[in-house]
Design a protein around this ligand. Structure first.
Ligand code: SAM
Length: 417
């Protein structure tokens, strides 16, 4: 007993100076057995507290609590099912079609609060593209140096066939699972309602050829098909198993005659190589990249990118994302639209990726890309979503307790030549 007390005394004396503890009293730490392993969700939260705390300042605590709270959903109506009765039922429950309501706002002149009504183009000047790397560009505040506003054109056009129901702001009622109709098709698809915004921003017009470069599990592919404007749609994802999921979703929602191989082509290529396979081909390209999927990373241990073994993969995400965006730019026709989107708040994975891809397209491919201002579009949806203010490039839906959608970042680019 006396020896034990002595040992404690020796250790206390040298606390803070481990190298001074006599060798016979040193204890080797047993990492695996004694230290609790930090979970991936905790690691994600620590990472976000550091990075988003800096990025969002005093707004971060409110975004943080929303991310950790229950997410809100939207019900994307399946036009191929018996939708009329279903929509009446949803209205009776208090849900409303926020896309229809936004479209109605475009019908009455001057109702967009005096804001410009067009998809204005932010022209990325070649001097900026040639002279600055992504990280040197200021990352907050208003439209930066070298990015000019061009004249307004037309009001945003919203597909009349995309119908998505949500419960109003502050109402946290959930949707019941979708049911099969008489012909065996599901009536709606539950998704983060903000995921519909990138598809609306693509402005798919009848006869367009469309590429969805990272398509699985298929929510946005389904929304693209709902526009009923795609003449041909290529839905690709590098993951074979996730592509199988996309196939199953299409089988549950789309009649066979509308998803034949010549109309909807499902493939499993590495999207980074698409530009070499089919360049200058598509009117519209959706590049919905893999990212840190912030909500998932905070709440689910399974398939969490903050797992220690995936740290390299996580760190190289911005590189993969800019390569995918560049492939999307190559695949677009001159004059075509490329829509970049993520479900992360990270500037490194959002604006910086867009900046980098535009720069490389200019320098290495001689392709000019104009970034389009989407503020007139987001203005139409501000009753439903909480948009970040002062974005330089693209738009960001911020999670908020009263409208807990997102994060969804989307940026619209037009390939010029
Ligand atoms: C955010 S998810 C896409 C979600 C999908 N657009 C939707 O709305 O359901 C990103 C997808 O990118 C895929 N992906 C990852 N690396 C890829 C690559 N090199 N080429 C193509 N797809 C890739 C992943 O398998 C994942 O399914």
């Amino acid at each position: 007993m006396a020896a034990l007390v002595d040992t404690r005394r020796v250790l206390l004396k040298f606390k803070g100076f481990p190298q001074l503890i006599p060798r016979r009293y040193r204890v080797k730490k047993k990492w695996a057995a004694t230290l609790p392993r930090i979970t991936s969700t905790k690691l994600a939260l620590q990472n976000f507290d550091v990075n988003y705390g800096t990025q969002f300042g005093e707004r971060w605590p409110s975004i943080r609590v929303s991310l950790l709270s229950e997410q809100k959903y939207g019900a994307l109506i399946n036009n191929f099912s018996s939708a009329q009765e279903l929509m009446k039922g949803l209205e009776l429950q208090g849900a409303r079609d926020f896309v229809y309501e936004a479209r109605a706002r475009t019908w009455s002149p001057g109702s967009v609060g005096g804001k410009p009504q067009g998809d204005e183009e932010l022209v990325w000047s070649s001097s900026l593209a040639a002279g600055q790397s992504g990280s040197e560009v200021p990352l907050s505040g208003q439209v930066g140096e070298g990015v000019e506003m061009a004249a307004a054109t037309e009001p945003p056009s919203l597909s009349p066939n995309i119908k998505c129901f949500t419960f109003p702001k502050g109402d946290v009622t959930g949707f019941s699972p979708a049911r099969l109709d008489g012909s065996g098709l599901l009536g709606y698809y539950l998704l983060d309602a903000a995921s519909v915004l990138p598809v609306l921003a693509m402005d798919v017009q009848p006869g367009h050829t469309v590429l969805d470069l990272c398509a699985a599990p298929g929510g946005k592919t389904l929304a693209l098909i709902q526009t009923q404007a795609c003449w041909r749609l290529a839905a690709n994802d590098s993951s074979v198993s996730r592509t199988g999921g996309s196939r199953r979703i299409l089988q549950s929602y789309i009649p066979r005659e509308h998803s034949t191989e010549d109309r909807v082509r499902i493939t499993s290529f590495d999207g980074r190589r698409w530009g070499e396979l089919e360049s200058n081909t598509f009117d519209r390209v959706l590049v919905d990249v893999p990212c840190t999927t912030d909500r998932h990373s905070l709440l689910e241990e399974e398939n969490n990118i903050f797992t220690r073994s995936r740290s390299k993969e996580r760190q190289t995400l911005p590189l993969l994302q800019s390569q995918l965006l560049l492939a999307g730019i190559k695949a677009a026709l001159p004059g075509g639209v490329v829509l970049y989107s993520t479900c992360t708040l990270s500037q490194l994975q959002n604006e910086c990726v867009v900046e980098r891809a535009v720069q490389v397209a200019h320098e290495e491919l001689g392709v000019t890309v104009h970034i389009q201002d989407l503020s007139a579009l987001t203005q139409l949806f501000r009753d439903t979503f909480n948009f970040a203010q002062g974005m330089r490039l693209g738009e960001l839906v911020l999670p908020h307790l009263t409208s807990n959608f997102g994060p969804t970042y989307f940026c619209k680019l037009r390939r010029v030549n």
